[in-house]
Design a binder for this molecule. Sequence first.
Ligand code: ZN
Ligand code: ZN
Length: 264
Amino acid sequence: MRRFCYRCGALEAEKGPLIQGLCQRCFASEHRLIRAPQKTDVSVCKRCGSYLNGNRWQVPSVTGATSSEAAKAAVYQALRLAKLTSEGLQFTRVGEAKGVELRLEVKPAAREALVEIHARGKIHELQTEPSVDRALVTIELKQTTCDVCSLISAGYYEAILQVRGEERLPKGEITWIRKMLEARAGEVSASDRSIFISKIEERPEGLDFYVSSLSLARGMAEVLKKGFNAEISETAKLIGRERGGRRKFRVSVLARLPAGIKER
Ligand SMILES: [Zn+2]
Ligand SMILES: [Zn+2]
């Protein structure tokens, strides 16, 4: 029996295997590889340039590349690729689609970015040539403030590091100790931006660092202990209860420096 395409009549013997009754060409024109919305959006932080990828705030890998990276991330979230198997037509996420070549061209702009998606891959395994598809998605860049920047701007802190001297600390010492501890905090913030110094107060008797995490306060105190034999102590003050009833404390870490320390 000679099998032929029910749409155009092409013979299977001449044009290759039929897929669900369609010849290769009719199958390809009937099914699109790309499924993507015409328009979607992504939240970007107007303060620090990070963007919301799924449910996580992400810092762009290249400084200043927020809009193009955010737009690509939004496309990866929204894009699905068609796959037809014996179980029917499925739309898989980019990470799960195998054997599909994907290329994104981004034209970034301030409020909206335009992304052109180029995809090449087989929708059905009987296809002799992969399908080639193209789609255009407009990404609205929604200007907002990320979680961390909200905390910073609200002056959030979880712990206080108090630096004091056995005697009153001279002004010069306060300056270099401050720089040294800021540098230490900067290293930590670089790998985890939810850890930061919220506020620094220079007092006649020493320095107060308001920091977003107890681990940072302890880490900074450790620098003074290792380098200058500072004596470390901690006190906790009950500041209320969290939802669910757990008690919430604010911890003060006190680092007391011996007299006569020298910058090194
Ligand atoms: Zn046909
Ligand atoms: Zn931010």
